[in-house]
Design a protein around this ligand. Structure first.
Ligand code: SF4
Ligand code: SF4
Length: 376
């Protein structure tokens, strides 16, 4: 299959149209984190769109180097909200990745390893599938019938289980009912979608949905920003919420009482999955404001304009991911913060690395951890 035929057949049917709508105005440059770090035209939205256009028109050959430019996009959507022509760059990039996979074009090396882990172990880290619920007490490692399921997500299950345990202790104190899939839980499918592996993600989501139905689950609540984005986009038959939305409700209902002071100047980091993708801006701020002694600060660019930490590139280009996180950490330190709060486990890991690399003393914490200190 020629390259031109590949892209015409796979994505030109309407889905590639945005590549031809782009007016090349460059308004997206200032908001693109990968461009900010590299100053390379092929690393910003305009450059990536023009690359795709050239490939679609058969004028540019799709080399491994250019493929990597398409995979270096964070999918953060900052360009899309700033594009006067309404080009949905992220959607276009995801279509291109799907088309490339459909045509048998190899993933970047680290992407291939990620795919192997997701398909083999049901998580991106290559950790044992059967040990997913090892962080839970024995009675929660197997699901039972309940309306609400706490979907821990891969990062909480394998890398940040302390946050998961804090979530459960706060919910138990509030006296609410829930189940977990425990050892049977699998990835939500978001990392496979980012790789362009749409069919594999569909299969995985099918298994997740069948489990939710089997146990009478109607509402999925997760402490992971990537998961809530995925659930809201692809699991429409279930209500889906991020844990901070539920916790903010429980504080309002006075079922959770933050009473112990947390004397910190905390800057809230929106994150792209929580913000632009899932539209969750106020609940984490409400929680932080409810904590006595905590002073809430804001970045210059917040909410819809919030800048990505680089986290989505951790599995593909860890060096660039680290540089972006370092940049964000310096911005936080310049604002006078002594802590960064996030509601995304990926941002948490990447920003912790960035804060260290930037030689700041910033304490990077999940919103849940700060609430826990005030409640228990
Ligand atoms: S802002 Fe939109 S129209 Fe302008 S160069 Fe970027 S993608 Fe193209
Ligand atoms: S989605 Fe983010 S990383 Fe990708 S081109 Fe747009 S601003 Fe840049």
């Amino acid at each position: 299959m020629s390259q031109k035929t590949l892209f015409h057949d796979e994505i030109l049917g309407g889905k590639a149209e945005p590549a031809f709508v782009c007016a090349r105005c460059g308004m997206c440059q200032a908001s693109c984190p990968t461009y900010q770090e590299t100053a390379a035209e092929t690393m910003c939205a305009r450059g990536r769109v023009q690359l795709l256009r050239g490939i679609i028109e058969g004028e540019i050959e799709l080399t491994p180097n250019l493929r990597d430019k398409i995979y270096s996009c964070l999918g953060c959507n900052a360009c899309t909200v700033n594009c006067p022509s309404g080009v949905d760059v992220e959607a276009l990039i995801m279509e291109a990745r799907h088309a490339m996979r459909g045509a048998g074009i190899d993933l970047p090396t680290l992407g291939e390893a990620l795919r192997g882990n997701l398909c083999g172990d049901g998580n991106p880290f290559g950790e044992e599938r059967g040990e997913r619920g090892a962080w839970l007490p024995p009675h929660l490692r197997k699901p039972r019938e309940a309306e609400t399921c706490i979907h821990a997500g891969c990062s909480i299950s394998y890398a940040n289980s302390k946050i998961g345990r804090m979530v459960l202790r706060i919910l138990d104190k509030a006296g609410v009912d829930y189940t977990l899939m425990g050892d049977d839980e699998e990835c939500c499918g978001d990392p496979l979608m980012r790789l362009g592996e749409r069919e594999l993600a569909d299969e995985l989501r099918g298994r997740n949905k069948a489990r939710f139905v089997r146990y009478g689950v109607r509402r999925i609540v997760t402490p992971c920003a990537g998961c809530v984005k995925s659930f809201r986009t692809y699991y429409g038959e279930f209500e889906s919420r991020h844990i901070v939305e539920w916790l903010a409700d429980l504080i309002r209902e006075r079922k959770i009482l933050p009473v112990k002071p947390v004397q910190k100047r905390v800057i809230y980091f929106d994150g792209c999955d929580m913000g632009r993708h899932a539209g969750i801006y106020d609940p984490p701020r409400e929680i932080l404001k409810a904590i006595p002694g905590l002073q809430l600060l804001e970045f210059d660019k917040t909410r819809e304009q919030g800048q990505c930490c680089g986290g989505p590139l951790m599995s593909n280009d860890p060096t660039l991911a680290g540089r972006i996180a370092e940049h964000r950490s310096r911005e936080a330190a310049d604002k006078g913060a002594d802590a960064i709060a996030t509601a995304c486990p990926t941002c948490l890991i990447n920003l912790r690395g960035g804060a260290k690399a930037a030689e700041t003393k910033l304490d990077v914490q999940d919103v849940v951890s700060l609430l826990y200190r005030s409640v228990l």
